[in-house]
Each structure stands twice: as C-alpha cells, then as structure tokens.
Design a protein around this ligand. Structure first.
Ligand code: CU
Length: 330
C-alpha cells in the first residue's frame, strides 16, 4: 500500500481586517484519519472567550476531542447522514459537537482546539467540509458559522477541502490478495480447523485493526475461543456486533466465543471479529500477520492472516481460487 501523505498546504490566510477562526489545515485526504485544529485568534469584540463550540460535519466520523487543561470538555453525539465502516464495524452515529467551556482566553491571546477523526473514504475530491464554530464571551459571541462558501462574509465557517485518498480504497470490493499457499492451508488445534484468515490494511496512525477467520469444530465436544494475542498489538479482544436500539455497535465478548461441536463459526466484517488494540505497526496490504488463538479445550493455534485492502471482504485464495491442491485435506 502506498504511503499516505497528508497533503497539507498551509497557505497564508488571505488578508482580512480581523483574523477569522480557521482550521490549521486546508485539505484532508478521503479515508484518512487526522487531527483538525480550530485556531481562535481573538475574543468577542475585545472580550475574553470562555466557551468554544465546534460542530463536526457529516463525512468526519469516529471523532474524538482532545481535552484542554483549564477547559471543561462536553460533547454531543448524534446520527450520521450515512453509516461508515470502521474496521468491520458499522458506525451510524458519533460525535457531532464538541464544547470546551469554563476557560479564559483573553482577547489578546491565541489558542487551539483539536479533534481527531476519520474522513469518509467515499467523499468526492473537491468536497468542502465545514466545521462551524462559535465563541461565547461574557456578553457577546463570535460566530463562525456561515457555510455558504461566499467570500467576504463577516463570519465564514472554518472549512477544509477533501482531496483524493492514497490508500487504494477504490479497489473497494476486492478480496484480500492471494497470499502464499502455505499461509492458506488450514491450521488445526485438536479437533478445530481454522481457515480463511485475513485482516485489513490500516492507515498509518490507526489505533486498531480487525482480524477475521473461520473456525470449524470437527469434534463431538463444544469448545470456546477464550483469548488471542499478536505481536502487532498490545492486546487482542474478541468482539461481536450487536444492536443497541437501532444502532449497530461492537462489544467485547468477555466470556469468549463458543465453537459448538460440529459447527462452524465465522469471524467476518460486521460480525464476530478479533480486534487488535493499540496497533504497534500499521497493517499493509499484501503482508501476512499472525494471531495466536487460545481455546478452552483445543489449546493454542497460531493462524496467518493475509492483509487485504482496507475494505477486504475475505481472503482472496479462499474466495476466488480453485486450490484443489490445498484446502481442507492437508
Ligand atoms: Cu471490534
């Protein structure tokens, strides 16, 4: 996968009698996870700012605000206009507004307010995303909420322009690349057979990744996946997707994942999955990583995961190739 370069062209702000509140970046890559920082250059007509409210646009998801010493952080969440796929998890809602309050930012001072999030992979290059902001002062406000895009309005909203992503998400619906045949062979542990292991490429600064595979219990006793470890992550969790109200969310299976006798359990995007927490290194398409699974009865099994595209739906060799020489027979 190509290296992601966040194309930051930090052009000088066009001259204006009073500096506006702006973002520190003019552009962001579709599909990239990045920080956006609101720059607050002055107060409300001379007054000190005690509250800063920043509204996040559709297209900027899985966002997290950065707390600031001396300011109380509150947030508002709400539905997204469209759902996002977050390492196999469907995200339909999230952070929509961040409020830093209780501060004291003198008119003569300058400060920055930061949120980190991901830009939707399917946003067309050239799309402008607006991050409207309002400063509250003792008696007045400074509002930066005009999203018309017009020049010379007194209160332009902070904004940035989406540029094409470099992560190759456009080969969206492909499967993981064909890894070497050895990696595609099933791994066995006791009466368990594990096949089709794959993962998905991540952006360079992604905190988590997903792992997917199929476990078949050919025996006559139930078993249970109780733990997983990997060199690529500080720890690995076993997750499921579940509906909470009408929102699909992931949660950890604290009791592990049952693998009943004679049945096949599939870990796949949108369903059960392994979650690599605190990734130590980005996952790169075409590489193979390993995860060691621990089962209650069968013991441990170390399974290769072929890293596919960021939205790979399966392992290439399992989905498309007729591997008559390799498969469940070995
Ligand atoms: Cu998860």
């Amino acid at each position: 996968m190509k290296t992601i370069l966040l194309a930051g062209t930090f052009a000088a702000i066009a001259g204006s009698a009073f500096a506006h509140a702006t973002l520190d970046r003019k552009e962001a890559e579709a599909g990239a996870t990045a920080k956006i920082t609101l720059r607050v250059p002055h107060g409300c007509a001379g007054e000190a700012t005690h509250t800063v409210r920043l509204t996040l646009p559709d297209g900027f998801y899985a966002a997290k605000p950065m707390p600031k010493p001396g300011w109380e952080l509150t947030t508002e969440t709400g539905p997204y206009a469209a759902a996002y796929d977050n390492h196999g998890t469907e995200m339909t809602q999230g952070l929509r507004q961040v409020i830093w309050s209780g501060g004291q930012l003198d008119d003569a001072w300058y400060d920055e307010f930061t949120v980190r999030g991901t830009f939707g992979p399917d946003i067309a290059p050239g799309t402008v995303l607006y991050f409207p902001a309002v400063q509250d002062c003792a008696t007045g406000t400074a509002d930066w909420t005009d999203t018309s895009g017009a020049h010379d309005v007194p209160n332009p909203s902070p904004k940035l322009t989406i540029v094409a992503g470099g992560a190759g998400h456009e080969h969206a619906h492909g499967a993981a690349p064909a890894a070497d045949d050895h990696a595609a062979a099933p791994v066995t542990a006791g009466s368990l057979e594990i096949t089709g292991g794959f993962s998905r490429a991540t952006l360079p600064n992604a905190p988590v990744g997903g792992g997917f595979l199929t476990i078949t219990n050919t025996g006559s006793a139930d078993d249970r996946l109780i733990a997983a470890t990997s060199d690529i992550a500080s720890h690995v969790e076993i997750h499921e997707m579940a509906m909470e109200g009408d929102v699909m969310r992931m949660r950890e299976l604290s009791q592990g994942l049952p693998v009943p006798a004679g049945e096949t359990v599939t870990l796949k995007p949108g369903g059960f999955h392994l979650m690599f927490m605190d990734l130590k290194t980005p996952l790169t398409e075409g590489e193979t990583v390993t995860v060691t699974l621990t089962f209650e009865t069968a013991g441990t099994a170390t399974v290769p995961l072929a890293v596919g595209a960021m939205n790979a739906k399966g392992r290439g060799t399992m989905d498309h190739n007729d591997h008559s020489g390799h498969g469940t027979k070995e």
